[in-house]
Ligand binder design. Structure first.
Ligand code: SF4
Length: 359
C-alpha cells in the first residue's frame, strides 16, 4: 500500500489518518505540531510518540518533504530563488524576498512568494510562467512545503506570504485554502492571515466566494488595465470576466468583508499609461476601498517572447513616477513596488522553470 504523505494534511485530515491506523485522536494534534511547528523531517524526532507508534508511522506514512534542487541568491538585494523538485520529477520555483534595507520594518519582515500551479493556462502577455503552459495543480502539501523548506534556509522567520508565484491560485482554490488553514493555525505554522495575500488574474466568481466564506487573508487583483480591449490583449481571461464584472466583485468583497483590496498595475510604455487610464483608475478607486500598487515591468526576454509579449516595454522610471504622481494628485492611495531579484530572474512575472518542457 502507498505511504500517506503527511505534510499537507490539515488537522482534520491527520485525525482521519490516525484513526485509520488505530490510534487515538490526540495523536493527530501531536503529529501536527511536529510537522508544521517544529518542521521535523523524521519520525524519530517526534519524541513524545512511543517507539512502536513511530515504527507504525514509518510503515504507513512519509513526512513528504521536498528536495531543493538549487537556490540562487541575488547579489543585488539578497532575494533567494528556490528550485524544488516534486515527487513526480516536475519542478517549481519559490522566491524569498527580504525587505529593502531602508524599509521601516527591515528587521522584521521576510516575504515568501509561493507558487500554486506548475505553469499556468492563463497566458498573460507579460508573464514568463505562461510560456510553460499548464501542467498541473500543486497539492496542499506541495504548497505548504514551499514555506517549510524555505524557512530552513531563511536566516530569519518568514513573516509574510504572497500567492503570486507560478499559477492562478483561484484555479486551485481548495488546495490553496487548505494550505492557508495550516499556515495560519496557531498549532501549525501560526502566521497571521493578515500577512498572507492571494493575488488573482481576475476570477470574479472566486472573489465573491472568498467574501462569502469570510476568508481572513488579503486579496490582490492583477489589474493592469481598466479598458477591456487593452486588458484582453494583456490578459485573455478578460474575455471571461470583464473589468466591470471585476470591479463589481471587488465592491461586493469590500462591503461583505470590510477589507481593502490591492490593485496591481504594471505600467507599460504607451499601452496602459495614458490620461484615460489615469481617469479610469481614479474612478475605480473612488468606487472601491483599495490601493494601487504600480509595478515595474520585468523583462521576460529569456522566454523568447512572441507577438504582443515581444512588443511590451515597461515605462521608464520617470514615466512610472509621472503616472504615480497623477494618481496621487487625485487622492488615489498608490505605491511603486520595488523590484527584487531581477538579476536572478526572480522578480514579478519572471518565474518559469527553464528546463521544463512545455506540455
Ligand atoms: S500572471 Fe499569473 S495568471 Fe497570468 S500567466 Fe502568469 S502566473 Fe498565470
Amino acid at each position: 500500500m502507498a505511504h500517506v504523505q503527511l505534510r499537507g494534511l490539515t488537522l482534520g485530515g491527520l485525525e482521519q489518518f490516525v484513526a485509520s491506523i488505530g490510534e487515538p485522536k490526540y495523536r493527530a494534534a501531536q503529529i501536527y505540531q511536529w510537522l508544521y511547528k517544529y518542521r521535523v523531517t523524521s519520525f524519530d524526532a517526534m519524541t513524545n510518540l512511543s517507539v512502536p507508534l513511530r515504527q507504525k508511522l514509518t510503515e504507513t506514512a512519509e513526512i513528504g518533504q521536498f528536495s531543493v534542487v538549487t537556490f540562487q541568491t541575488s547579489a543585488v538585494d539578497g532575494t533567494v530563488k528556490f528550485l524544488y523538485e516534486l515527487s513526480d520529477g516536475k519542478r517549481i520555483e519559490t522566491v524569498l524576498i527580504p525587505p529593502r534595507t531602508t524599509a521601516v520594518d527591515a528587521e522584521e519582515r521576510m516575504t515568501l512568494c509561493i507558487s500554486t500551479q506548475i505553469g499556468c493556462a492563463l497566458d498573460c502577455a507579460f508573464c514568463a510562467t505562461a510560456s510553460m503552459g499548464f501542467q498541473r495543480n500543486l497539492s496542499t502539501g506541495e504548497i505548504v512545503n514551499q514555506f517549510l523548506t524555505a524557512q530552513t534556509v531563511s536566516e530569519r522567520p518568514i513573516t509574510n506570504i504572497v500567492f503570486m508565484g507560478m499559477g492562478e491560485p483561484m484555479l486551485n482554490y481548495e488546495n490553496v485554502m487548505s494550505a492557508v488553514e495550516i499556515l495560519t493555525d496557531q498549532h501549525g505554522v501560526g502566521l497571521s492571515p493578515k500577512r498572507i495575500t492571494l493575488s488573482t488574474a481576475g476570477y470574479a466568481n472566486h472573489i465573491r466566494r472568498m467574501a462569502d466564506e469570510d476568508r481572513k487573508i488579503k486579496l490582490a487583483l492583477s489589474l493592469h488595465s481598466l479598458r477591456d480591449d487593452v486588458r484582453t490583449t494583456l490578459m485573455p481571461l478578460t474575455k471571461k470576466f470583464n473589468t466591470e464584472e471585476l470591479l463589481a466583485a471587488l465592491e461586493y468583497y469590500n462591503k461583505k468583508t470590510k477589507k481593502s483590496v490591492m490593485l496591481e498595475y504594471i505600467v507599460f510604455d504607451g499601452v496602459n499609461d495614458t490620461a484615460q487610464d489615469v481617469q479610469l483608475l481614479v474612478k475605480a478607486s473612488r468606487r472601491l476601498d483599495c490601493r494601487v500598487n504600480l509595478i515595474p515591468f520585468h523583462s521576460i526576454e529569456f522566454t523568447d517572447p512572441k507577438g504582443i509579449s515581444a512588443s511590451l516595454h515597461g515605462a521608464s522610471r520617470e514615466g512610472l513616477e509621472r503616472f504615480w504622481q497623477q494618481l496621487r494628485d487625485h487622492d488615489v492611495i498608490t505605491f511603486i513596488r520595488h523590484s527584487a531579484g531581477v538579476d536572478i530572474d526572480a522578480a514579478c512575472g519572471q518565474l518559469a522553470v527553464k528546463n521544463v518542457q512545455p506540455v
